[in-house]
Design a protein around this ligand. Sequence first.
Ligand SMILES: Cc1cc2nc3c(=O)[nH]c(=O)nc-3n(C[C@H](O)[C@H](O)[C@H](O)COP(=O)(O)OP(=O)(O)OC[C@H]3O[C@@H](n4cnc5c(N)ncnc54)[C@H](O)[C@@H]3O)c2cc1C
Length: 321
Amino acid sequence: MNVLVYLDSADGRVKKPVYEAISYAKKLAQSAGGQVHGLILGSSEEANLKSLGKYGLDVAHHVDDTRFSSFDSRAYSMAIGRFVEENPCAHVVFAFNHRGKALAPRVAARLDLTYVPGAMALPAEDGTVVRGVNSGKAFAHVKANKSGMVLAVMSNAAGLLDESAEASLASFDPGLGDDAFSVKVVKVEKMEGGIPLTEADRVVSAGRGLKGPENWGMIEELADTLNAATACSRPVSDVGWRPHHEHVGQTGITVRPNLYFAIGISGAIQHLAGVNQSRTIVVINTDPEAPFFKAADYGIVGDAFDVVPKLNAALKAHSAA
Ligand SMILES: Cc1cc2nc3c(=O)[nH]c(=O)nc-3n(C[C@H](O)[C@H](O)[C@H](O)COP(=O)(O)OP(=O)(O)OC[C@H]3O[C@@H](n4cnc5c(N)ncnc54)[C@H](O)[C@@H]3O)c2cc1C
């Protein structure tokens, strides 16, 4: 049976966190003896859709309807639900990002399937799926009491496939009337430049140890060199040293990059809750007793004002060589 993956997109291009969801869906489809079908709503780029074959997508279905140009969780979940009603699927997979979190439970309720938010790995042979709970401080092993699941998948849950294949294209009409659309977006203000935190593979984050906003130049330089997004602890955004959209942690954004630099951040439990699933954590702190060192893969006990410029110089010398 096939597996459906929702192809979350912006300006017609599928978002990066979805690539892993596709690879996850491919592995599920292989064990269900089917293919991976994707559904994209609104504008799309043909070449971009075809290229998703690389991550395991077999067929991309496009709903070419301008009413989907603004996000509306009601209409979107109705369209996804209708697709599955007409094209039965073993499971439905979402990336565990902003839209995935909004849509997956609605789709699960509509299709009467079990919802698994934040799946951290593929289901085990007996169907058990591991997911993070209590802000990532514990794991729950959950088992659906029905055969079909709606899985919202964390990054690093299954890795990325790299196949030399192209997805084929198809179209789908969910046949929704205007009454399905309940939201009208009147204005969109886009963030300029930088790598979006939720899509970043590498994150350079700094805290109150930086003393003031004027000292973020070296942090931005490190992020630039590493092609990383910048982030910060909550007090830093609370006092306005950095914008709120950079705040990570329990009350901010949850990130799970491959590399997380924590510079001048103590490692309070509320901060760790949003970053402790990162694959590799590097901590720079003057205090050898800072709690963050317990979660670190690499730690440097030192003054950020001394260490970070040296790191920047070393990385630049390395790239130049
Ligand atoms: C309900 C609730 C929710 C919260 N949610 C969040 C959240 O989502 N995210 C979050 O981040 N916090 C959150 N907090 C706040 C959290 O408890 C901590 O207070 C906060 O994370 C501390 O930020 P910090 O590490 O930047 O600052 P501090 O605790 O002041 O730590 C600064 C660190 O910098 C080090 N340092 C100082 N000078 C240097 C230097 N020159 N070089 C290197 N290191 C240096 C110090 O040794 C220290 O470890 C929450 C708190 C509550 C109560």
